[in-house]
Structure formats: structure tokens, C-alpha cells
Write a protein that binds this ligand. Structure first.
Ligand SMILES: *Cc1c(COP(=O)(O)O)cnc(C)c1O
Length: 477
């Protein structure tokens, strides 16, 4: 391909566009086909990457092949593949190719998704896709929402709505309740919304790491007694730490009796609503006033796509709508939904397209089976761990997550936290699998989050065998 520094219109010929496009598709397909062969060992340091990538602003253009080559060798080689079947840390990102292509289409057609009249086609796709999620979650027809960048912005959008509808934006003495297992996205959202840290009460969770409703009732009464204003409870539909689900139905009753907003963080666990077992587990979710979902986790979408739903879609409108002069001409009729009025972004892309297209192409049943597979694989991992005296299961498999620690055959004295940390470090270096730890009541827990439908039983066996070998070797030192 030729040099383009002279092309001031930033345009390639159709021949050049096709060549580049096919090359990039080949790169992506190679990634999907060979992701298992990529090592999961630690990536290059900042120092190395400074040397490779630091350069002055490029005044002149250069051949695209050269840039692609550097992308491959310096950039993508230093990206951890969260779609690797043995990537078990945090929440993995097992992407799907149809959605990747949908993102390319979204970017190529570049619809303006803030204003109905500029892209009614894609706005309708967003309405339909949001409504599919609403139906799955069992929310009433009055509910609505929109796609955002991820769970964090979904949480921010939901809690901003709670603040507006419940408090008319006056945060004075208002109190929010959640368990100590709640994701930090809630802390950050409340901080941005003008709440002081003490206005979020992180209550000690019960033995299964669920919100204790006794603690909740007590805290609400205590706060009311001293003139504070309880206004919102955040329930977890699958904590990131252990997959624990708070007693949502009981929390609903408390919220209704106390006139509190009920927000549910279903960023990790919401996808389990696809299957019957998950529906039982998540009972009460359908009563939420607001809900944060994260299709870029367990609905197998590329980043970024999160989703916020509220029980009344007008609550979002009442919270976010403003109408400056420049937008008056495109204000639209009642039935024309301008997503700019429902959230933080004016200019926004159509994140819905990838979820819509992949659901239509694979079908919901395929997604359901993929989610069920994750749940079953975590149960399989738990069963394997229970077969060996070297392991102690700390929390059972829940929503694809199991936590455990190495205790050794002879239950070594000494510092188990330090030993488990060394096991983890050995795996970082080894690169066969990637997992992280979490801290559960002061104990370091190894943690597997198994939601990749391409993960096999052999991947899990191999990972646990290796961890056990590290454990044996490191207990001796
Ligand atoms: C991942 C996660 C979040 C944050 O979502 P992002 O998409 O990372 O912004 C919030 N809550 C829970 C339970 C999560 O797992």
C-alpha cells in the first residue's frame, strides 16, 4: 500500500480500504483461532514499552503495514487475552466474533445515537434490545434504560436517578446501604454524586458474604433515630469476589416498608437470569427500582457495553433531560426517543448493535447454554478441589466463581496467606493460566471465575494440578 501523507482528505482508495480491511479481519480471526496458545505470563514493563512506543508526534504518514506490524509486535503482544480459556481472573472477557464485526459496522456507519432523527434505525435497535433485557429481568413495561460504557457508568446513572427522584438532588444526611462485598463502582458513583464516604454504610456481610438483613434493619432504625435520611439500598446479584447473591426478596420488602430506592448491581450475575436456576437465585431482582447490567462480561460482548434499567423509564428522562437552544429543532415528537435525554452522553455510539446482532445470529438459547456452561464448570472445579486434601474451598461455586486456598496435605503451620500468594506469583510467572486472589475476612483466597464457554474440563484440571504442584514445592521452602 502506498504512502498517504499527501492525502489531505484522509481518504483511502477502495482498493486500499479493502486490502487494509481484509488484513485486519485476518489478524482478528488469527487471534480467535490461536488465543489458547498465547502465554498468560506477565507482560512487558513500562520501561520496555516506553522504549518501544515513545516517539515524537508523527508529522508525516507512513505505510499502514508498518503500523500494523508495530501494533502486533509491541501493542497486542502486550495485551493480556481476557478471552483465553484459562484466564480466570477478575471477570474474564470471552468475546464473540459476530459482535466484533458489529462494532466494526457501528464504527463504519457511525450513527449518532443521541438524537432520534439522526439515526432512528439504530435508536429502534437500542429500544428493542433494551426491552429484551427488561423482559429477561422481569421488569414491568414501564421500565426502560440505555446502554452505557460499562457497569460503573450504569451504577452512576442509576444512583444519579435515585438521588434525583428520591431526594430531589438534596444529599444532606441521606444514607445508602450495602454489604461490605459491594463493588467499588458504587463508592465512586456516590462520591461523584456528592455523597460523603460515611453516607454509604457498608454493612458486615453474613457467613455466606451476603447482605445481612438484620444488620440492614438495625442500621436503618439507628439512622432514623438520629435524624438521618435512609434513602437507598444497593443489593448484589452476584458479587465480584465470590458470586454471592444478596437476599434480594427480603431486601425488597424492607425497601417497600421503609420507602427506600432499591438498586441492584447485577453487573456480574445478571446474565444468570437466562436460565432457570439463575432465575430462582435472583428472585427479587424484578422488583428493583434500578438495575446495572454488564453485557461486556457474561453476555460475551467486546468492551464497552454496560446497561442501566430503571423501573420507570421517565425517571431517567426526568433526571437527565435538558434542552439547549441548539437541540430544539431535533427535539422530536413524544414517541421519538432521544437517548441524550436518558443519560450522561450527548454524542454516543450504538452499543446496542453488537448485542442485538449476536443475539439474533446465535439465538438466546446459545447464550443460555454458554452461561450454564460457566456455572457448571465452576461446580466442576469445586468438586475437583474437594477431592484433594491439599485444598480448602472457601466459598462454593456460585455464578461461575469459586474461591479456595492451599492448605497442604499435612496442614502446614506457617503463614497460609504468604504461601498462597507465592503460589499465585508462581502462576503469574508460569503463564499457563491466569488467576487472581481476593481477601476474604483477612484470608487470601485464590479465585477462579469461569465464564468462558470455550474453557474445557481439561483446562481446569490442568490449572488445579499445576497450582497443587506449586503448592507442594513452595511449602518446602
Ligand atoms: C465489573 C463490575 C462492576 C463495574 O463494571 P465495569 O464494567 O467494570 O465498569 C460493578 N459491579 C460488579 C458486581 C462488577 O462485577
Amino acid at each position: 500500500m502506498t504512502h498517504h501523507s499527501s492525502n489531505d482528505a484522509l481518504q483511502l482508495s477502495s482498493e486500499e480500504m479493502r486490502t487494509l480491511g481484509y488484513q485486519i479481519v485476518d489478524m482478528i480471526v488469527d487471534h480467535f483461532e490461536h488465543v489458547e496458545d498465547i502465554s498468560l505470563a506477565t507482560r512487558a514493563s513500562r520501561h520496555t514499552l516506553e522504549q518501544r512506543l515513545r516517539e515524537p508526534l508523527p508529522e508525516e504518514g507512513r505505510p499502514v503495514e508498518q503500523v500494523l506490524k508495530q501494533l502486533q509486535s509491541d501493542v497486542f503482544a502486550n495485551v493480556m487475552p481476557l478471552d483465553h480459556p484459562r484466564f480466570f481472573a477478575f471477570i474474564p472477557g470471552p468475546n464473540n466474533f459476530v459482535s466484533v464485526m458489529a462494532d466494526a459496522l457501528t464504527s463504519g456507519f457511525n450513527p449518532f445515537a443521541g438524537t432520534w432523527r439522526l439515526a432512528p434505525g439504530t435508536a429502534q435497535v437500542e429500544l428493542v434490545t433494551i426491552d429484551w433485557l427488561r423482559q429477561l429481568c422481569g421488569l414491568p413495561e414501564t421500565a426502560g434504560g440505555l446502554f452505557v460504557s460499562g457497569g460503573s457508568v450504569a451504577t452512576l446513572t442509576a444512583l444519579a436517578t435515585a438521588r434525583h427522584i428520591k431526594l430531589a438532588d438534596n444529599t444532606q444526611d441521606a444514607v445508602v446501604y450495602c454489604s461490605d462485598q459491594t463493588h467499588s463502582a458504587s463508592d465512586r458513583a456516590l462520591k461523584l454524586l456528592g455523597f460523603a464516604p460515611h453516607q454509604l454504610r457498608r454493612l458486615p456481610s453474613d457467613a455466606s458474604f451476603r447482605l445481612s438483613t438484620d444488620e440492614l434493619t438495625r442500621a436503618i432504625a439507628e439512622d432514623r433515630a438520629v435524624g438521618r435520611r435512609p434513602f437507598c439500598v444497593i443489593g448484589n446479584a452476584g458479587t465480584t469476589n465470590t458470586g454471592a447473591v444478596d437476599p434480594l426478596s427480603t431486601i425488597v420488602d424492607i425497601c417497600r416498608a421503609e420507602d427506600l430506592w432499591f438498586h441492584v448491581d447485577a453487573a456480574h450475575g445478571g446474565a444468570a437470569i437466562l436460565n432457570e436456576q439463575g432465575q430462582c437465585l435472583l428472585l427479587g431482582l424484578e422488583q428493583a427500582d434500578s438495575l446495572a447490567l454488564d453485557p461486556h462480561k457474561w453476555l460475551f460482548q467486546p468492551y464497552e457495553i454496560g446497561c442501566v434499567l430503571t423501573r420507570q423509564s421517565r425517571w431517567l428522562y426526568e433526571t437527565f433531560s435538558v434542552l439547549p437552544e441548539i437541540l430544539k429543532d431535533v427535539a422530536g415528537r413524544e414517541e421519538e426517543v432521544n437517548f441524550r435525554d436518558y443519560g450522561i452522553q450527548l454524542t454516543r455510539s450504538t452499543r446496542a448493535l453488537k448485542l442485538w446482532m449476536s443475539l439474533k445470529v446465535f439465538g438466546l438459547a446459545a447464550f443460555r447454554h454458554a452461561v450454564e456452561r460457566g456455572i457448571a464448570l465452576a461446580e466442576y472445579a469445586e468438586a475437583l478441589l474437594r477431592q484433594s486434601p491439599c485444598w480448602e474451598v472457601l466459598t462454593p461455586a456460585q455464578l461461575g466463581i469459586v474461591t479456595f486456598r492451599y492448605v497442604g496435605k499435612s496442614r502446614p503451620h506457617g503463614d497460609l496467606n504468604a504461601l498462597n500468594q507465592r503460589i499465585l506469583d508462581a502462576m503469574f510467572e508460569d503463564g499457563f493460566a491466569f488467576l487472581t486472589s481476593t481477601l476474604l475476612r483477612g484470608q487470601i483466597a485464590l479465585r477462579l471465575c469461569i465464564i468462558n464457554p470455550r474453557t474445557t474440563e481439561a483446562d481446569i484440571q490442568g490449572t488445579l494440578q499445576r497450582l497443587e504442584r506449586f503448592g507442594e514445592r513452595l511449602s518446602d521452602v
